[in-house]
Write a protein that binds this ligand. Structure first.
Ligand code: SAM
Length: 332
């Protein structure tokens, strides 16, 4: 294991991307993510404070992390998120600082997040139909999500990416309408395969819409071609419209895993480092942080965790068991 330099794992991958979850709570209850009620929330005293998060981020940036994405749960439900953004931006002017959000609260926060130093947002939106939104997210909030997107655009949080989980029987017929809408709005759409990361363990292959099907639905109406010089670290396979109308991505975690290119680690809201979305083990940093660990000790902990990063997930393996935590408690 290298004792200096960037964060390298035993497979030779360099970790550059840190996803930080600031809460496991959410103001939606998307069917592919959470049960309608009865979520086991993390105890509040276990959540890292903004100071603890900023300390870890400072250490990680010193180890070659080039991008930090704030996520959750729904990160904008944590009070004063702009304060954390300002603390992170103060660490370094040049790294890529982004936010993944359902957009519901962006109408009231986009300007302050931008002013605090946020670079860009990914907004999750699975449908443009109000009733469908309610069916998928179990809340009647489509108008708020769209207002949030408009506010992000106005605030200059570019490029704006829109994440859409595609599920059979729910929204697979909206692939083309969503693509047309995103093109017209100037958003980069990313279709995501449904992963076995829901708390209620309702994932099934029958409901999964594979990347190949998403691409053939798209290509049938909007001619596309692969982007030749796409970022190899991106989880999305990128395509571009042949008429020059922008790009569209597909995140095919299940049917075409990209683990050999994975450059990510995650920090859960309760201070556990996860080196794979599907990992069963975690590396506790909250304990050391709260018990006086030095920066060097935290560095050692991060290096050890990354060195042991899983070579890949095993969704296709018959013995696959989903992790104990669902997506919202891991940080998507
Ligand atoms: N609340 C924020 C949001 O909506 O973007 C951030 C957290 S959310 C867990 C991050 C992303 O994970 C969203 O795009 C959501 O649609 C996606 N997601 C949640 N559960 C998923 C699952 N089981 N499979 C695939 N994507 C999932």
């Amino acid at each position: 294991m290298p004792a200096i330099g960037t964060l390298e794992d035993s497979q030779g991958r360099i970790v550059r991307d840190l996803r930080i979850s600031v809460t496991d709570r959410c103001n939606l209850r998307c069917i592919y993510c959470m049960p309608h009620e009865g979520m086991p929330w993390l105890p509040r005293e276990d959540l890292l404070t903004y100071e603890e998060i900023a300390r870890l981020a400072r250490i990680a940036l010193g180890l070659g992390i080039a991008g930090i994405r704030l996520t959750g749960g729904e990160p904008t439900t944590r009070a004063d998120l702009h304060v954390l953004v300002r603390m992170l931006r103060a660490l370094h002017p040049g790294f890529d600082l982004s936010l993944t959000t359902n957009g519901l609260k962006l109408a009231g926060t986009a300007d302050s997040l931008r002013a605090a130093g946020l670079d860009r947002v990914n907004v999750s939106l699975d449908t443009l139909d109000r009733e469908r939104f309610q069916r998928i997210a179990r809340r009647d909030r489509l108008a708020d999500a769209l207002a949030g997107l408009a506010a992000a655009k106005h605030a200059g949080l570019h490029p704006i990416k829109v994440n859409t989980v595609v599920m059979r029987g729910f929204n697979e017929d909206e692939v083309v309408p969503l693509a047309r809408w995103a093109r017209a709005e100037g958003f980069q759409l990313r279709f995501i395969e449904w992963m076995p990361l829901d708390f209620q363990r309702s994932w099934s292959r029958d409901r999964l819409v594979p990347a190949d099907e998403i691409l053939s639905r798209l290509g049938a109406e909007l001619p596309i071609e692969p982007v030749p010089d796409a970022d190899p670290g991106s989880p999305a396979a990128l395509w571009r419209y042949r008429d020059g109308g922008g790009q569209v991505g597909v995140v095919s975690s299940v049917t075409r895993p990209f683990c050999e290119r994975c450059d990510r680690i995650r920090l859960t809201a309760d201070g556990q480092v996860r080196t794979c979305l599907f990992a069963h083990g975690e590396h506790d940093v909250r304990g050391p942080l709260r018990h006086g660990a030095t920066d060097d000790e935290i560095v050692g902990l991060l290096r050890t965790a990354v060195w042991r990063k899983e070579p890949g997930h095993r969704i296709a393996d018959p013995s696959f068991e989903p992790p104990e935590r669902g997506m919202s408690a891991i940080g998507g």
